[in-house]
Design a protein around this ligand. Structure first.
Ligand SMILES: NC(=O)c1ccc[n+]([C@@H]2O[C@H](COP(=O)([O-])OP(=O)(O)OC[C@H]3O[C@@H](n4cnc5c(N)ncnc54)[C@H](O)[C@@H]3O)[C@@H](O)[C@H]2O)c1
Length: 370
């Protein structure tokens, strides 16, 4: 199979779909990998590393797309990439088609096999290609929060771990899933006093076991959230209700009662945010202040650490890439439930029910088309 890796063109996207070690594994298995020049540059993976791993470096996106049987990307294609779609092309990337009817229509018209990272589901019923970015954002949230707690950056001038004779900072994390647990690990490692809040009591039991009681757990309700926020130096928003907007758990009034110079990092901002005063920000202007509380609400936090994020993402995506290459897409879709779940468009049909529903289309079972 010929596998193509174009340079990402979406604004501020600095990750890349396949890393040099992936190229080597594909080349060793007898496949050809065509990589657009500088595709990995922003992730600190230069062309020379790709070449040494066995890739052919080409000068234009068009050449990658036109030669490839399967294109492996990171973000959904933007309009100027639609021209490269053609019947039978396999496109493996984050697609997020629900709010993108135009992209969906073009994939259908051109009969592209669109396999979306975000809908691949594993045996444990989790979404393995979303997990690594939550791990990155969770760990980063504490790093960012610690930095904004410094006086120069608008914070109250508190060191997360304190020092002997001076107490550590208090960190409240709302949501004890992937983001929340990873945030707790880093905050605890930096010496902070950590409270994790979740609705799911079984999850809080697991947290209590994992951290051996070193993290305080609280059942999520208005009272516990308002009390915990009032004491916190750093609040991290990390809730998720799958498929729905995040609930506004920290109200404007709770924010007004927080300490002056406290910091909020609302990681859930990509789902609308769980803090009433939060609105989406970008890496070029990441933070603002409301009632003396610094708010950091960047919707694509992993983009700040593209080297780590690319490696984390491709660690998770690569097993599917190699399976698709080795088996060919049809056999892979027939034999692997996870890959079948990832298929969003096939032979001109929408094959993922939630995408069809959100666009008032009819969903067709991919199995019936194989
Ligand atoms: N900003 C970014 O760059 C970025 C990056 C990655 C993930 N995210 C977002 O972070 C959020 C969390 O992702 P995740 O992977 O940790 O999800 P997850 O499903 O692993 O965890 C979410 C947790 O929220 C809990 N929850 C739901 N309702 C709650 C409530 N009312 N009170 C307290 N807890 C509640 C759930 O029980 C669950 O434990 C998502 O919105 C995700 O899209 C953002």
């Amino acid at each position: 199979m010929i596998i193509g890796v174009p340079k990402e063109v979406k604004d501020h996207e600095s990750r890349v779909g396949i890393v040099p070690s992936g190229v080597k594994a594909l080349a060793d298995a007898g496949h050809k990998v065509v990589v657009e020049t500088n595709a990995g540059a922003l992730s600190s993976m230069p062309d020379e590393d790709y070449k040494a791993a066995g890739a052919q470096i080409v000068g234009s996106a068009g050449e990658v797309w036109n030669r490839a049987d399967m294109v492996v990307k990171v973000k959904e294609p933007v309009e100027k990439e639609y021209q490269y779609f053609r019947e039978g092309l396999v496109l493996f990337t984050y697609l997020h088609l629900a709010p993108l009817p135009e992209l969906t229509e073009t994939l259908l018209k051109k009969k592209v096999t669109g396999i979306a990272y975000e809908t691949i589901r594993d045996r444990n019923n989790t979404l393995p290609l979303l997990t690594p970015m939550s791990e990155v954002a969770g760990r980063m949230s504490v790093q960012v929060g610690a930095s904004y707690l410094e006086k120069e950056r608008g914070g109250r001038g508190v060191l997360l771990g304190g020092v002997p004779g001076v107490p550590p900072a208090q960190v409240t994390i709302i949501g004890a899933g992937i983001v929340g647990t990873n945030a707790a690990k880093i905050a605890l490692g930096m010496g902070a006093i950590v409270t994790l809040i979740d609705l799911n009591l079984n999850r809080l039991r697991e947290i209590d076991d994992i951290f051996n009681g070193r993290v305080y757990t609280l059942a999520s309700n208005y009272y516990s959230i308002s009390k915990s926020c009032a004491h916190a130096d750093l609040v991290i928003g990390a809730v998720l209700i799958p498929g729905a907007a995040a609930p506004k758990l920290v109200t404007r009034q709770m924010v007004s009662k927080m300490k002056q110079g406290a910091v909020i990092v609302d990681v859930a901002i990509d789902q609308g945010g769980c803090i009433e005063t939060a609105h989406p920000t970008t890496h070029s202007d990441p933070a603002y202040t409301v009632d003396g509380v610094v708010h950091y609400c960047v919707t694509n936090m992993p983009a700040a650490v593209p080297h780590t994020s690319t490696l984390a993402l491709t660690n998770a995506t690569f097993p599917y890439v190699i399976k698709l290459a080795q088996m060919g897409p049809t056999v892979a879709m027939k034999s692997d439930n996870s890959i079948r779940e990832g298929v969003n468009t096939f032979k001109g049909y929408v094959t993922y029910p939630a995408v069809a529903e959100s666009q008032n289309r009819q969903a067709t079972d991919v199995a019936s088309l194989l």
